[in-house]
Design a protein around this ligand. Sequence first.
Ligand code: SF4
Length: 348
Amino acid sequence: MRSTRSDLVHEGNFVWSHRPLIESGILASAADSLDSMPTLGVDLVEEILELKRDRNALILAHNYQVKEIQDVADYVGDSLGLSYQAAQTDADVIAFCGVHFMAETAKILNPTKTVVLPDLDAGCSLSESCPPDKLAAYLQQHADKNYYVIAYINCSAGVKALSDVICTSGNAMKIVNAAPQDRNILFVPDENLGSWVIEQTGRNMTLWRGNCYVHVEFTREAIERIKAEYPDAPVVAHPECTYAVRILADEVCSTEKMISYCRAHPSPAFVIVTESGMLHRLRREMPNKIFIPGPTDHCACADCRFMKMNTLEKLHAALLNLQPEIILPEPIRARAELPIRRMLELSA
Ligand code: SF4
C-alpha cells in the first residue's frame, strides 16, 4: 500500500487508513496511546511512585527507554539533559533508566548518592568499542601527538577518566570548537558522530573506530525507499548514523533537538531515523503530528537491545532493594568528573 500526503495530513483518516501499516509494524503506531493504554501495570506504577516518594528518589529516563518507563519518569531526555538533571538533583537516590555508562555518569556527578540501574547488564556496543586499556595504550603509543581527548558521553568511566572533555550529540560542535587550537584532537568512541562534527566544524580530528550497532543498521537504500514513500515528510536522523544516511536527511541532530525541530517545522509528518524509543517521546509531545520510524534493511524496528532491558518490574525492584547499585573506584570517579564538569561549563 502506498500512502499519499493526504493520508498523513488528515488526522481523522489516519487511524483507519494506516491500520495495515500499523499492523505490519511499518508505521509503528501513532495510535500507541490509543491502542495500548496501560491497563496492565497500574498498581506497579503506583507502587513505583510510592517507593519514589519513600526513597526521595529521582527517576531519570533516556529517550530510548520503553514508553512505560518514560511515562513514570521525572525527567525524560538525552544524555546532556540527563547529565544536568543528575548534577542538580537533591534527591537521595537516582534510579537511572538508561544504559550503564549513563548511570555511571550520574554516579560520577553524585558520589554520595545511591545510583541504581534497573538492569546492570544494560550495556552499550559503542561504549564497549573503546575499552579504557586500549585507549590508554593508544595514547601511550602516540604520545608524540599530545592528543586532546574528546570523549562522546557514550563511554565508560575509565575512558572518561582518560579524557580532557566529554561531549554529547547535542553539544559536540560547541565542545570541539572550544578545543585548544594548538592541540591534535582524538575523538572517541563514535566515528560517525566524529565525522559529522568534522563536517560541521571543519576541525581535523583523529577518530576512534567505534559505532553504535543500532544506528549503523539504517542504510541508504532503506532511507531512499521510505523517502520515496513519504516524499513530503522531512527525514530527521541522529548523527550516529553513517554518512550515507546522514546526507539523505533534512536534519541531523540529537534526540533533544529532534523535539524542537519537529515542533517548529510546519510539516505534519516526519521520518525519524534513530532508536525506536524516541518515537514515543515525539508522539507524546506532539500528538497531532505523525512520526514514521526510519526503516533498516530488515524492518522498522530499530530497538536497542540494551536500552530495552529495563522494565517497570526491574525499576520497581531497583527502588525497593536499592540494587543493582553503581559503584565506582574513587580515583576513577574523581578523574572522570573533571571532563564532565568541563562539558557542563562549556555548554551552559
Ligand atoms: S542505541 Fe547505540 S549508542 Fe545508544 S545505548 Fe544502544 S548501542 Fe549504545
